[in-house]
Design a protein around this ligand. Structure first.
Ligand code: SF4
Length: 385
């Protein structure tokens, strides 16, 4: 069997037809100061009720295709009992069917993980786990509001390997105020020492409405963009040296270990989603669920739809979306009408001259990942002409 490299253009294009499902599990031990996801802290008493609502939502969904990928994100899916996660996997399988070898992935925090949990989840069908490691420096972890200690991560990774997870991802964050370049290098080296199949490196961003935003507004230091650029380049170089292939702005994988769910989303594939605040794209319509736990539960328990904000994406907006999602990938995106317009625009020509953007045959590719946001701004400014 030929294994496509994670940055393969063929793989990126094929992902546009991969049916996927996203399940949102919003429970967290506490809310981290930088987090702006749809989460709830200290409400683990509601997990049974919430899973019952998810099962009801799944059962009311019209028929669809067998799935290539199922992604349990959050929040912290690993705070939910493995038996409940197993029930969800089984129900999704019965409702839609799973393609042979379908990716079934969950996000997990190291402190929730034990050998028993790992075995239970593999038995339930999970084959990919993404650990929120974030940093291997206790001070940095404390600033991020994380409750685990660095040494919990290799223990969790080892348990996942032993249980039989086919793919182990480590999520890392760079640019925490006070983190030095040498500390980030240590974090990368520690991560590489565990031989992960996949690594995601996210720059810390200050999102409006978060505790970090209030702290920065009150005068605390925020992330330093110049240092973050250096940290990104260091990660790109070091991960490549360890055989991890960059395939999206923030994601690296060994061949055969790309995240199918993410590739589907960046390929503008259709996907279903279930749970509080979950976003989906089906039949050309993007929508999201109610993002307050009590309202979501009440709607589902009364037999009503929790879906809100339905927006049909077609014509030029769909073409722009195809371009800006696809340009996040190292494989780039088929040129299409919007790509041609971009490359002919004043901004596009400037980006080409700056070495940030290039056409390669019938594709458009971002050559300098740190300038991806500038390229996306230029895409969003395009008019249909
Ligand atoms: S654990 Fe993750 S999802 Fe939960 S609050 Fe922290 S950053 Fe947000």
């Amino acid at each position: 069997m030929v294994i496509d490299s994670p940055d393969s253009p063929d793989l990126a294009d094929e992902a546009a037809s991969w049916p996927a499902v996203y399940i949102h599990l919003p429970f967290c031990a506490r809310v981290c100061p930088y987090c702006d996801f749809a989460v709830v802290a200290g409400r683990d008493d509601l997990t049974d009720r919430y899973v019952a609502a998810l099962l009801a939502e799944i059962s009311s969904e019209p028929d669809w295709l067998p799935l290539r990928s199922v992604y349990f994100g959050g929040g912290t899916p690993s705070r939910v009992a493995p038996e409940l996660l197993a029930r969800l996997v089984a129900d999704i399988g019965h409702r839609f069917g799973l393609e042979p070898g379908a990716e079934i992935s969950l996000e997990a925090n190291p402190e929730d993980w034990s050998p028993g949990t790992a075995v239970g989840l593999v038995d339930a069908g999970f084959n990919r786990v993404s650990f929120g490691a974030q940093s291997f420096h206790p001070e940095v972890l404390r600033s991020l509001g994380r409750v685990h200690l660095p040494e919990a991560v290799p223990v969790a990774v080892e348990a996942a390997r032993h249980a039989g997870f086919a793919t182990v991802n480590l999520d890392l964050i760079y640019g925490t105020p006070g983190e030095r370049l040498s500390e980030w290098e240590d974090t990368l080296a520690m991560a590489m020492g565990m031989g992960p199949d996949h690594v995601s490196c996210y720059s810390l961003t200050v999102e409006r409405g978060t505790e970090l935003y209030r702290q920065v507004e009150a005068g605390s230091p925020g992330p330093d963009p110049d240092l973050q650029a250096d940290q990104y380049e260091l990660a790109d170089e070091l991960l490549a040296r360890h055989g991890l292939v960059a395939y999206e702005v923030s994601n690296w994988a060994r061949p055969g270990h790309h995240c199918r769910y993410n590739l589907a989303v960046w390929g503008q594939a259709e996907y279903l989603s279930f749970g509080m605040g979950a976003h989906r794209y089906r039949d050309g319509v993007r929508s999201h669920n109610l993002s307050r736990l009590d309202l979501y539960l009440e709607a589902i328990e009364q037999g009503a739809s929790a879906r809100r904000g339905m927006e049909r994406i077609e014509g030029w907006p769909a073409e722009l979306e195809r371009l800006f999602l696809g340009l996040r990938r190292r494989a780039g995106v088929k040129m299409g009408p919007a790509g041609r317009r971009l490359i002919e625009s004043v901004e596009g020509k400037e980006l080409v001259a700056a070495g940030a953007l290039a056409s390669r045959g019938d594709r458009l590719v971002v050559l300098r990942p740190l300038l991806t946001d500038a390229v996306i701004r230029a895409v969003l400014a395009l008019s249909p002409g």
